[in-house]
Design a protein around this ligand. Structure first.
Ligand code: HEM
Length: 499
């Protein structure tokens, strides 16, 4: 057995060396953005809590400015919190800022970056993203999915109508996550699960656990030689377990699609498209089953939560602001005419409704720090030298609530978008809920089509009231920790059929 003294003596040289290299780097590059002082080895890790990182970084930006440095263990990091610096990074230096850091949970669940979101910048990512944009997420494909989206939204309306006729409160968090889950199950792998069945809950639990693993804090990502802490804490085993379950699920789905006796529906799903691409060998890398599983996982997670979360936030703000609710319902009902259901084409005629969606995405970007990036090369931003392999957070929430840009930034005021040309498509850096530049969200078309259809029909077909004894001031905006900003306490309100 080694005595503690011998262990200590063995630890001193590596710790000393780390100390030396960390400080040499800081000293050598004196033109780093300012930032809070950290401790040896762990840097600023002890000052941050991953459960509401965007809020803590926002607070720090008020002290240290629109670009500041952090030392996260052995990883240097910068945080960008103004639209001007975001534009410089994501437009002028788009190529340098298009990498992704290799983080344990994200690498494991993406089969070592074989997906799109967590794949490093390179020819594989470029080709896979292009293929997905052309074959899976194009406007032609989104139109072909519209019958599925319409059908699932109609099922949701039936469910809420049943609640309304029995005067039962509707839990919108539950209804909307179940809807977006149903849409993605059909679009991605052609399955329709029973609403409250065990298969559906197995799938939903799997998604929740994977999402947690993508954002959870692993010590080994920041101080690799302390990686044993992840083993001791049980996190490593939890990650292995989620990966195994995800892999088993994807394997079942793929085998089902490869079965020659499978009954095919007339709509191709995403797995069909990916398997065809594999067969055609139109790809420069040989596509393996792992590549398909990785892209499949990516699209499942990317598509389900942010869409549901945005709709819940929109309804939350509308219930808290009866004036806006009345105005948007009048617009939709006057311009929409008399129908059982609003289609995507009807919705394009509603300017105030579109402003409500923009204002929701401004006040609550569902992914407030976008996805973390990593610089590929050294570059100069806002006059500071940023080294290659620096972790980069772009704080979209701070930008979208910046009082220098937005009047009354904390207020829900859709009117601000009525006569403004600012849009969320990645050209206006004041509003970047889908990111900007080459790593921006390729699913924006599908996301906005679903958001429009779900929210417009909820407002067109139902009037919404608070349950007895509840006031609008009682509705909180607390957020669940995680990659996606989801309302923590469910929004439970009463629906009344309008027609
Ligand atoms: C309201 C809904 C959605 C929001 C707010 C949203 C937002 C985002 C954001 C902020 C990013 C990171 C951008 C960056 O790092 O700069 C992202 C990436 C991504 N999103 Fe979305 N998203 C939504 C829906 C979807 C949907 C429906 C899909 C696909 C079906 C999708 C697929 C992706 C993919 C694949 C990436 C990774 C892109 C890359 O790294 O190249 N998203 N999304």
């Amino acid at each position: 057995m080694w005595s503690p003294i011998v262990l200590l003596l063995c630890l001193i040289p590596p710790v000393f060396l780390l100390f030396f290299f960390q400080y040499r780097r800081t000293f050598k590059n004196s033109n780093l953005p300012p930032g809070p002082r950290g401790l040896p080895i762990i840097g600023n890790l002890h000052q941050l809590d991953s459960s509401n990182l965007h809020l803590q970084l926002w607070k720090l930006s008020k002290k240290y400015g629109p670009i500041f440095s952090l030392q996260l263990g052995l990883r240097p990091a910068i945080v960008i919190s103004s639209s001007k610096v975001a534009k410089e990074a994501l437009k002028t230096h788009d190529v340098e800022f298009s990498g992704r850091p290799k983080l344990l949970g994200q690498q494991k669940l993406s089969y070592n970056g074989k997906d799109i979101s967590f794949s490093p910048n390179g020819s594989y990512w470029r080709e896979m993203r292009k293929l997905c944009v052309v074959h899976v997420l194009s406007s032609r494909r989104v139109t072909s999915f519209s019958s599925i989206i319409n059908c699932e939204v109609k099922q949701m309306i039936k469910k809420i109508s049943r609640h309304a006729s029995s005067l039962k409160v509707t839990n919108l968090n539950e209804v909307l996550i179940s809807l977006t889950c149903a849409i993605i199950c059909r679009i991605a792998f052609g399955r329709r699960y029973e609403d409250e069945g065990t298969e559906r809950s197995r799938f939903q639990e799997l998604l929740n656990e994977c999402e947690a693993m993508l954002s959870i804090f692993f010590v080994s990502d920041y101080v690799p030689f302390l990686g044993w802490i992840d083993k001791l804490s049980g996190l490593q085993a939890r990650l292995e377990k989620s990966f195994k379950e995800l892999d088993k699920f994807s394997q079942e789905v793929i085998e089902e699609h490869m079965d020659p006796n499978r009954r095919t529906s007339k709509e191709e799903d995403i797995i069909d498209v990916l398997l065809q691409l594999k067969k055609q060998r139109s790809f420069s890398t040989d596509l393996t089953i792992d590549h398909i599983k990785a892209v499949f996982m990516d699209l499942l997670i990317a598509a389900t939560d942010p869409t549901a979360a945005t709709t819940v936030w929109a309804m939350t703000e509308l219930v808290r602001h009866p004036r806006v609710m009345k105005k948007v319902q009048e617009e939709i009902r006057n311009l929409g005419g008399k129908k059982d259901f609003l289609e995507e084409n009807d919705i394009q005629k509603f300017p105030y409704f579109k402003a409500v969606i923009k204002e929701t995405l401004r006040l609550y970007p569902p992914v407030p720090l976008l996805l973390p990036k990593e610089t590929n090369e050294n570059c100069i931003i806002d006059g500071y030298e940023i080294a290659a392999k620096t972790l980069v957070y772009v704080n979209a929430l701070a930008i979208q609530r910046d009082p220098e840009i937005w009047e009354d930034p904390e207020e829900f005021l859709p009117e601000r978008f009525l006569y403004s040309t600012i849009d969320f498509r990645g050209q206006d850096f004041e509003l970047i809920p889908f990111g900007a530049g080459r790593r921006s969200c390729p699913g924006m078309l599908m996301a906005t089509a679903s958001l429009d259809l779900i929210l417009a029909n909820l407002l067109y077909l139902f009037d919404w009231e608070l349950p007895a004894g509840m006031k609008k001031e009682d509705i909180d905006t607390e957020v669940l920790p995680g990659l996606v900003q989801y309302k923590k306490n469910p929004l439970c309100i009463l629906a009344k059929c309008h027609m």
